[in-house]
Design a protein around this ligand. Structure first.
Ligand code: ADP
Ligand code: ADP
Length: 229
């Protein structure tokens, strides 16, 4: 089914007298348990689109639906509720709490959202149970990102939004992180969206959305995404 739907979504930034169209009347559907990669050059509108889909930002015009709920009509409260209950975020620079261990980082997120999931199981599912008592500074970049993924999933969101999740990683760690994101989408039926400017990430996606100058150029379906079996 359709999880999130956008109709003629525009986002305009006012720079003095000039209107900057970060998104220019884009329409899209995001499906249940798909892995969608949004690919485009720097400044094309990827972050803006991700922020809107994640309820972190409002639209200038257009319509946005989460299932049957009209988020564009709901105001701040509905948007906050949607973001809190349905959306998990993974950022380029992990953003872990430096004074908490891996397990404490995951468990704090779980506790805040009163989720029934188990922090140790979450760490286990990203292959890091053995490192649970390490602090972020004692972990590699790839390991920190895996903790960040476990933390994002600890609240059991329907949709996981990833902003350049491998942007700061070497190629080996990148592959490891992407494998985990692919696994969560396939095995646990999560919708995962990854924004990136790295074309090589596209072959693991169920669909690839190409974005340029605030417009969706095309959406391509992958018949055999790598790692999905
Ligand atoms: P990407 O994620 O693809 O790099 P962004 O969504 O960050 O692209 O930006 C799209 C366009 O919107 C760019 O031209 C950017 O400079 C502009 N933009 C993004 N955020 C703001 C903002 N807060 N104020 C003004 N312009 C912005
Ligand atoms: P990314 O590579 O993820 O797009 P950016 O460095 O382009 O990151 O943007 C980081 C943040 O700064 C974004 O969340 C965006 O809202 C904001 N931003 C981007 N461009 C501008 C701009 N021209 N003016 C003000 N804020 C901006």
């Amino acid at each position: 089914g359709v999880l999130v739907k956008g109709e003629n979504v525009s986002k305009v930034y006012k720079m003095g007298e000039v209107d900057i169209y970060a998104l220019s009347s884009v329409s899209f559907e995001i499906y249940d348990s798909e892995l969608l990669v949004i690919l485009g050059p720097s400044g094309s509108g990827k972050s803006t689109l991700l922020n809107i889909v994640g309820g972190m930002d409002t639209l200038t015009s257009g319509e946005l639906y989460y299932r049957e709920k009209a988020l564009h009509k709901g105001g701040r409260r509905l948007l906050t509720e949607y973001r809190r209950d349905a959306v998990g975020f993974v950022f380029q620079f992990y953003n872990l709490m430096p004074n908490l261990t891996a397990i404490e980082n995951v468990d704090l997120a779980r506790e805040i959202s009163q989720s029934p999931l188990n922090a140790e199981q979450m760490l286990d599912s990203v292959g890091l149970l053995a490192r649970k008592d390490h602090f972020p500074a004692q972990l590699s970049g790839g390991e920190q990102q895996r903790v960040a993924i476990a933390r994002a999933l600890a609240k059991n969101p329907e949709i996981l939004l990833c902003d350049e999740p491998t942007g700061a990683l070497d190629s080996t760690s990148s592959r490891e992180v992407l494998k985990i994101l692919r696994k969560f989408s396939t095995e646990f039926k999560k919708t995962v969206i990854i924004i990136t400017h790295e074309a090589s990430i596209a072959n693991m996606a169920d669909r690839v959305m190409y974005i340029r100058d605030g417009k969706i150029e095309k959406i391509v379906k992958n018949e055999n995404p790598i790692g999905a079996d």
